[in-house]
Design a protein around this ligand. Structure first.
Ligand code: DX5
Ligand code: ZN
Length: 212
């Protein structure tokens, strides 16, 4: 499977989102990663449903929505209605993982499950067959521009060994051409990158480097 590159618009200029989304689309991005934070699950507040709805009108790329919020089940339908194609929620934020996965799938979106750095991969193996995507966080969720945690990438092989062939294994946090390569070598097939892409002088070159 070709590596799916999903630029995180958290590192874009929020006053120029259309420009910055179109820039990565033109540069060869596969998806657009949208970080939704509620100030409860993580100590930061970002964007929500109205922004997803507006972005849907200006890009053809699938919208990869990463929910870092409590009670994600209460917002799944609204994000789907706004145009989310992939909806990823956190294992640590819910009591009943499969219930939320089923809800996401019932809307027609792809369902993703994410784990924070301190969560062991063994805890989610039982859900892998029901998922379209697993997101391994390689920083504590909440902010862009943090340093990649190498230990977290070591979770990837176990997930890969237990996954069906078409499971998308995504990593997010501190991804560069170097750390991205480490993750794809370990079995990841989707890379989220914020600062590495948006703070580079040549966005197209950065995306090309991530594709390897
Ligand atoms: C962190 C977010 C990431 C973040 C990635 O909580 O989920 O998507 O924006 O940014 P970089 O690539 O700069 O670490
Ligand atoms: Zn993210």
């Amino acid at each position: 499977m070709k590596t799916i590159i999903s630029p995180s618009i958290l590192s874009a200029d929020f006053a120029n989102l259309e420009r910055d989304v179109k820039a990565v689309e033109k540069a060869g991005a596969d998806w657009i990663h949208i970080d939704v934070m509620d100030g409860h699950f993580v100590p930061n507040i970002t964007i929500g449903v109205p922004v997803v709805k507006s972005l849907k009108k200006i890009t053809h790329l699938p919208l990869d929505v990463h929910l870092m919020i409590e009670n994600p089940q209460d917002y799944v339908q609204a994000f789907r209605d706004a145009g989310a194609d992939i909806i990823t929620f956190h294992y640590e934020a819910v009591d009943d993982v499969l219930k939320v996965v089923d809800l996401i799938k019932s809307t027609g979106a792809k369902a993703g499950l994410s784990i924070k750095p301190k969560t062991k991969p063994e805890e989610i193996l039982e859900f892998l067959n029901e998922l379209d995507l697993v997101l391994v966080m390689t920083v504590e969720p909440g902010f862009g521009g943090q340093e990649f945690m190498h230990d977290c990438a070591q979770k990837i092989p176990l997930i890969k060994q237990n996954a069906k062939n078409d499971l998308i294994i995504q990593v997010d946090g501190g991804i560069t051409n170097i750390t991205g390569h480490i993750c794809t070598s370990l079995g990841a097939n989707s890379l989220v990158a914020g600062n590495y892409i948006y703070k580079s002088d040549d966005v197209a070159q950065a995306i090309k480097a991530l594709k390897g």
